[in-house]
Design a protein around this ligand. Structure first.
Ligand SMILES: [Zn+2]
Length: 302
């Protein structure tokens, strides 16, 4: 049987539609993982069907369609009318967008796209769990540390085209050592200087896993992006907290208001989760944007 010649434009738009649909489905599953991984006694597959977190009613298939169900139900549970967080459709849309970019970046290389999509999914889960509970689930970070060497050996072109298996494995292990090592050192320095746990072990494990997929230069770029993003958000957060607290203390007519609000803001600023920024850096490098990023840095330096 003769197959009709495929039009490159049609096949690329088919790939786009497919990756976006896959992203929406996977995103809906990631929501379950984000909700259940940090919860004691629940696992991703138990119970099998999704439930409303408030009234525990099992959701029907039409209440479970990514993004659409949320829109149709105006962000409320059909049974108990309690509101469903906008984070659910956001995670689904983000996953779809990332899968689309992944499919576009590694056009035609299905294995590569699938692995990148898997790593991006892990990063999304790490980000939202860290924002919620200030921890990164071991399922993601340690899982990545196990998968990275395995996949690097099986698919060496994850690191570079025309790389042999053992060189790819070497690149992976070096990336893990550099990523995990730098964050472990910063954490160690923090405990010496500030006598507080400055860096969670979860971040160390996530950096090691990320380094395994993007190599040493990739993880250095990711750490730089994370440090810049983290500082920017940290400064904004402290300013916001300072203003808020100042207002509150001023209402109570306290003399030492300025100092107290500054102290509180500083203290709060210490507990900014680093995982999300690290995840953004790893994702950018994974999608090959560090080459463009390097150009931007060069431009800024000149
Ligand atoms: Zn409900």
């Amino acid at each position: 049987m003769d197959l009709p010649p495929t039009d490159p434009i049609i096949s690329s738009s088919l790939a786009t539609v497919y990756s976006v649909l896959m992203g929406l489905l996977v995103g809906s599953f990631l929501n379950v993982a984000i909700h259940r991984l940090p919860t004691e006694g629940e696992s991703i597959f138990k119970p099998l069907r999704s439930r409303c977190p408030k009234c525990r009613t099992t959701l029907t298939w039409y209440e479970n369609i990514p993004v659409l169900s949320w829109l149709v139900l105006f962000g409320r549970c059909r049974t108990c009318r309690s509101s469903i967080h906008w984070r659910y459709p956001l995670v689904e849309i983000l996953t779809a967008l990332l899968f689309w970019v992944a499919a576009d970046s590694f056009m035609g290389d299905t294995t590569h796209i699938a692995i990148v999509a898997l790593v991006l999914s892990g990063l999304l889960v790490a980000t939202f769990v860290d924002l919620d509970c200030y921890e990164i689930p071991d399922e993601v970070s340690l899982g990545g540390c196990v998968l990275a060497p395995l996949l690097s050996f099986l698919v060496p072109r994850l690191h570079e085209l025309d790389l042999d298996r053992f060189s790819a494995l070497g690149e992976c292990l070096l990336g893990m050592a550099v990523g995990g090592g730098i964050l472990y050192f910063i954490g160690w320095l923090g405990t010496k200087v500030y006598r507080v746990d400055a860096m969670g072990l979860g971040d160390v494990k996530l950096a090691a896993a990320g380094g395994g997929f993007i190599g040493a230069s990739g993880i250095l770029y990711a750490l730089l992006v994370a440090a810049i993003l983290g500082s920017l958000v940290g400064i904004l957060n402290m300013l916001r907290l300072y203003c808020e607290l100042r207002l509150r203390v001023a209402r109570r007519n306290r003399r030492d208001g300025r100092l107290r609000s500054l102290q509180a803001a500083r203290l709060a600023g210490r507990y900014i989760p680093f995982g999300p920024y690290l995840a953004v850096g790893i994702a950018l490098s994974l999608l090959g944007w560090n080459d463009d990023g390097a150009l931007v840095f060069q431009f800024l330096l000149n």
